[in-house]
Design a protein. Sequence first.
Length: 451
Amino acid sequence: MDNQMITHVDEQRLMKKVTLRIIPFLFLLYIISYLDRANIGYAALEMNKELAIGSEAFGFISGIFFIGYFLFEVPSNMMLKKYGSRIWIARILISWGIIATLTAFAQNSTQLYALRFLLGVAEAGFFPGIVIYLTLWFRSKELATTFALFTSAIPVSYIIGAPLSTWIMDNVHWLNWSGWRWMLFLEGIPAVIFGIVCLFYLTESPEKAKWLNPQEKAWLINELKNDATKKKNVQQLSTLQAMVNPKVLYLALIYFVYQCGSLGIGYWLPQIIKSFSSSLTHTQIGLIAMLPYIVATTVMIIWSRRSDKKGERKFHTFLPLFWSSLALFSLYVVHNNVISLIVICIALAGLYAFKSPFWAVPTLFLTPASAAISIAVINSIGNLGGFVGPSLLGIINAKTHNPAGSLVVLAFVLLVGSLMVLCIRLNNKAKTEDATEQPVDPRQIKSRQPN
């Protein structure tokens, strides 16, 4: 009976059904996530003057989020494995939404330091938890494209957040409250709402999916099991071994470099655009800031699909980082505002195209039981770059008063990161080509606790 059910399933139709059920909702959650962590960049257009916050202090406010994120990433991911994706992701959303709204009440930089740190603590574990959740539903050959559909929410959050945040700042001043305060308050509420929705909508695994018929469920479960048994040349790591494994730490360092560049630009982009002309309104700055992220979203999806089609990860991870570094170098010598915006579009397109192929790389050498904790380690250590990048730009900008020129330092860092990608050795037999490798994913973590 099982074989007959498996035989008569329309694979393309079923995977489309799974994708439409899961990806749009997770996509929306990730938009909310990035909106609440990145809107501080738009708030700075008013907030810095009102609270007398300098460039160095703002860089620290932007980056301290990632200290909290780093410290609680792995523990949060272990709790997710204990309590399940549905409950723990909902907890993450509700707690960060509450803290995001409280940020609107900050009266000085010290309070902002504390609230941004707590926001990082609350959100810790969200991204690796979603990555793990996706691998419970999708096969290896679909992972890069699936990750791209999900992580494209990052640039989309800027596309939505830029005009929305700046419009609220320009137009909402109820109760004599500043626009930036209303913006932070209003944009924190959706996280609480969708955290509650998450409890009722998310399905833990295919086995529990009431929205799949018996034939579809049997086929998907069988496919995922077969996919997991095909992996070769992988390592079995305990929790401690995963945290100190040289390959895991090497990938974490690459991701650290990437985050320095990506979030350094992301948090400072509104002020870079503001430097183009003193006559720009907040809403105009927001509309201009949309353009690089529209380009980045398109390139990100096209590049990840190419990576899946070619079955290749290493080159598809290297090249976007490399072209981003070249774009940022050129930004220093460009003095035309239109050309500068085009260069920023190219740089951000590379930074976002990097993401999906990269997250398919770590699973090439890890068993399912090891991958969950390793993904958390890579993400938590790597996200420290989100502290270093904005903070570094703040220090340099305070001394040079040139936001665009300070990006040269990040350009050099990204160049080093791209060269590090070329040195990745992907399996235990010292093969450097990964075109024939298939990623191993942690879709069995629910049945096994870390050693």
